[in-house]
Design a protein around this ligand. Sequence first.
Ligand code: FAD
Length: 330
Amino acid sequence: MQAGEDVLVVGEAAVDGTPRPISWEMLSAARQLADAAGGGVVALFMGSGIADAARRWGTAGADRLLIADDPRLAGNMPLAAAAVLTQAMADAKPGVVLVPGTTAGRDYAPLAAARIGAGLAADCVAFSVDDGVLSATRPVLGGRAVSRVRFPGDGPAMATVRAGSFAKAEPGVSQPEVETLDPALKADDLRVSLEETTPKGAGGSRLDAAEVVVSGGRGLGKPEQFALVEALAEAFGGAVGATRAVVDAGWRPHYEQIGQTGRTVSPRLYVAVGISGAVQHNVGMQGADAIVAINRDPDAPIFKIASFGIVGDLFEVVPALTAEVRNARG
Ligand SMILES: Cc1cc2nc3c(=O)[nH]c(=O)nc-3n(C[C@H](O)[C@H](O)[C@H](O)COP(=O)(O)OP(=O)(O)OC[C@H]3O[C@@H](n4cnc5c(N)ncnc54)[C@H](O)[C@@H]3O)c2cc1C
């Protein structure tokens, strides 16, 4: 990365067109890197019917905002998204490109990198610039170790960023130059398009946006006992998550699974109920501001990452906690 080069950062629209929570974190990451390198932040927001949301998002730190608002970009389909990102890169000529490490971002970022022959580091949690060379930190081996990768070559360095790794930027701190990016999509880029979106109740999209997530694990014993988790989540006005053990057992739908092979969430509060704290689960939630663990085993690994630990029987603790939360929230 040369001194003065810009950072191109991508935001991601949820189904309703608003920025996904990670989009605000992306602007923080980009601002930090751009300030370290003496460059600017060029922000790209793409989707269908997203222009107003994009304008507000851009004020959270962008110097220049590219808006690609086109019905063909609905649903963040990878081929079309890769084409728009490549187009934005040709326009902005950035030193670094940051893409959300979401399901969609993990699909289209490598496609765009391959098209222009750029290096890509996936799932990064921190960046630094030393002597003009960008380094990225990324957890490996399911979070048991971290690796540091460097981008010594020319051309843009690309990275996907793990949710929960950076603070959320606030809107209203910058006034970016706003430009429309007309997507130059070819037939090949539209081989996959969104047909329809079917809501799945209080599912995945709610989990992404929730400030409180209450997750349950095998300690609940049987699927009906998840009512305890649901009640606590409802008392907090939060969303329900689950471990893979209970998803694999068919107790809960896969879109609720938190962890390495599920979703990554970064709520203000994460409550782990009857969850042992396997590393594959923890990587999906350790970006939470506070973690409360309820487990009867004092040696459960979850207590190593918990901000507050309650050693006890969840069947006693959770109903009492739910009642307290209801009282406190009126
Ligand atoms: C490649 C790979 C990918 C994986 N991906 C994921 C993933 O994305 N997400 C994920 O969650 N897991 C994932 N796993 C599985 C992971 O390793 C664990 O097996 C799983 O997270 C354990 O789920 P659990 O905590 O619900 O169950 P357990 O490990 O069985 O823990 C149950 C806990 O409940 C406690 N408990 C029992 N009864 C009570 C009670 N009455 N009161 C209080 N506490 C009680 C126990 O002390 C125990 O700690 C993956 C594994 C592999 C190999």
